[in-house]
Design a protein around this ligand. Sequence first.
Ligand code: 5GP
Length: 184
Amino acid sequence: MVLIFSAPSGAGKSTLVQHLLAHRSDLEFSISATTRAPRGQEQDGKEYYFISVDEFKKRIEQGAFVEYEQVYKDCYYGTLRSEIQRITDKGHHVVFDIDVKGGANLKRLFGDQALALFIAPPSLDELRRRLVGRATDTPEKIEERLAKAQLEMQDAPLFDHIIVNDQLEQAKAQTLQLVHDFLD
Ligand code: 5GP
């Protein structure tokens, strides 16, 4: 089984994914490949496989990706077939933290084998406050992410459930419950 988490950037998706992973040892995070530079404490092979644009393009030609997107200008992100294999070989369910387009693609691909969750911010104003507060991106990057978020909200109906991340504790509990209902 696979669990898909998608959201506009800054909606709190990663926090919910980390909470879920900490509570269930039968799940494993799918580490994507990306061409963007590591942020803060990020490590190669933990949050992402950090690779060059040339390497990424080579992998595309080899058909190594189940899906990939150019999420931002010059920033490619993709799910490697080998990564899904690595996780399913261990008998674990796969957890994807992936952009909205990629999430919708994976849901189409995996069908009933997938639980696709869309994490929504309470509002776009609140999303702006969170992105500014996070202070990991430049003002230009934040504007780019906000413009994208507006479009991404329109694809929420393609997912199985929408979790509005207003109260974090409530959103965490709702996430655990939905996964429990799906898997157990
Ligand atoms: P960030 O740069 O903030 O880590 O990620 C930016 C966006 O790319 C997030 O929405 C994240 O979920 C998405 N992303 C991460 N890995 C993948 C992937 O393998 N494929 C796609 N399509 N998006 C991804």
